[in-house]
Design a protein around this ligand. Structure first.
Ligand SMILES: CC(C)(COP(=O)(O)OP(=O)(O)OC[C@H]1O[C@@H](n2cnc3c(N)ncnc32)[C@H](O)[C@@H]1OP(=O)(O)O)[C@@H](O)C(=O)NCCC(=O)NCCS
Length: 404
């Protein structure tokens, strides 16, 4: 078998490179599917593996600006990874990850991020689980707030085109407050958040785009669908909240009250919520939202010092960390990590870990001490994990409200 892995050379090559992963969705990518990827993944960021000229695997990455504690960083958002079942477990994924991470490194993007289809796949390539994410399912009868309030926001359901500007404005007000959020271009909004082709409904109703204004200003929005069904004449339908973002705590409270108050459904489902979502304290009975957690964003530090330079670092004496990185060996070695960033050192190591651990703490979703208790970080000097934690301050849980 002679497999050739290379970047796509033209826009026409990109759609076929999506076909291997589409196979697992039970479909062949159409031109309509392509609108979610082709405008954002330029050909040189997409890779295809070919066997005798036929595409058998593919992957690509979006060029993102990702919010991190205290700032933003350029990040490659890995997506559409697939290897045809005819060619699995022959090292093709490994070959693509090699080509792709080398490419990201060359481009000077300090980190790579992804959502994993399976949590077992990406650790070996240096990605660390960096956040957890939750889904909820609340019965209508359990949506009372602990502290009822008089709503004062104005809500309007907007059409696909008119929604763009105000929703983008509200999102932009929230984005820099949340590590894990990505900057969205107009095209991104149009093709990936607001468009509503039949193929994306999967049995649910049409996409609703509701804007919340407070004091005349776009302050939040929700994207939701209603799935209606009846049992013995009573609605067993539900509202599925795809994304609800408030620019302020008041806006978040108003938005969820609005969503919970939609009549003629049995309950409300929500997805991809951060671990510290205000609903835990807004709801009178938070247990009733049945918050189920799963791994969220995965982060790979592609260029260790460049990645740390973009993130707020705390005060304190530097900690010397021995980093193992078998896949991107340029990161491996001993680093002195302090308030000013990371630099190479020959001093004795105080902590030892794999690069995945640094991905896990990067957005503030996990702590060194927590990883130490799980055997993912080794303390070579007592107290070093706590000192490292002080260097990686985080004031909220990471939140990426969309799977890309
Ligand atoms: C997951 C997938 C991309 C793996 O591709 P592949 O070419 O078979 O993987 P490779 O042969 O390069 O495997 C590389 C290593 O990863 C391991 N691996 C691959 N898939 C794995 C999985 N699903 N779970 C655990 N380990 C996995 C292999 O065992 C191998 O380890 P080794 O080098 O120690 O032997 C492929 O099975 C696939 O397309 N799956 C369905 C779509 C999907 O899940 N895509 C990912 C979207 S995020």
């Amino acid at each position: 078998m002679n497999i050739d892995i290379a970047a796509c050379s033209s826009a026409e090559d990109v759609l076929p490179a999506l076909a291997p992963v589409w196979h697992y969705f039970g479909a062949t990518p159409t031109a309509q599917d392509g609108t979610r990827f082709l405008p954002f993944i330029e050909p040189s960021r997409a890779f295809a593996a070919k066997d005798s000229g036929a595409v058998v695997a593919g992957c690509g990455s979006f060029p993102f600006e990702l919010t991190v504690p205290g700032g933003t960083v350029r990040a490659a958002g890995l997506s559409v990874v697939g290897v045809s079942p005819t060619h699995r477990r022959r090292g093709i994924l490994r070959g693509m990850m090699r080509a792709q991470l080398d490419d990201v490194h060359r481009r000077g993007e300090p980190v790579a991020i992804l959502w994993a289809s399976e949590d077992t796949i990406y650790g070996q390539f240096g990605y660390g689980m960096a956040s957890v994410s939750g889904d909820i399912e609340v019965a209508k009868s359990a949506t009372a707030f602990a502290q009822p309030f008089k709503a004062r926001g104005e809500f309007r359901i907007l059409g696909e085109t008119e929604a763009l500007a105000p929703l983008a404005e509200a999102y932009e007000r929230a984005r820099l407050d949340h590590p894990g959020m990505i900057a969205r271009s107009e095209e991104w909004w149009r093709h990936r958040r607001l468009a509503d082709p039949e193929s994306r409904r999967q049995g649910a109703g049409e996409l609703n785009r509701v804007l919340l204004s407070l004091d005349g200003r776009p302050s939040g929005y929700a994207l939701y669908r209603i799935t209606q069904k009846f049992e013995a004449g009573i609605s067993a339908g539900y509202v599925s909240v795809i994304e609800a973002v408030g620019a302020t705590p008041e806006a978040t409270r108003e938005l969820w009250r609005f969503l919970f108050d939609i009549d003629w459904v049995a309950g409300v489902k929500g997805m991809l919520l951060p671990m510290d979502h205000p609903l835990f304290f807004l709801l009178a009975r938070p247990r009733e939202m049945k918050f189920r957690i799963h791994d969220g964003l995965w982060v790979r530090l592609v260029d260790l010092p460049a990645a740390l330079a973009q993130r707020r670092l705390g005060e304190g004496a530097p900690v010397v960390i021995e980093v193992a990185d078998a896949f991107c060996s340029w990161n491996a070695g001993r680093w002195s990590v302090g308030p000013k960033g990371a630099e190479r050192t020959t001093a004795d190591a105080e902590l030892a870990c794999d690069i995945t651990a640094l991905g896990s703490v990067y957005l503030g979703g996990f702590r060194f001490a927590q990883l130490e208790r799980a055997g993912r970080v080794t303390e070579l000097r007592p107290g070093a994990a706590a000192r490292a934690d002080a260097l990686f301050p985080a004031d909220r849980a990471p939140w990426c409200p969309e799977i890309f």
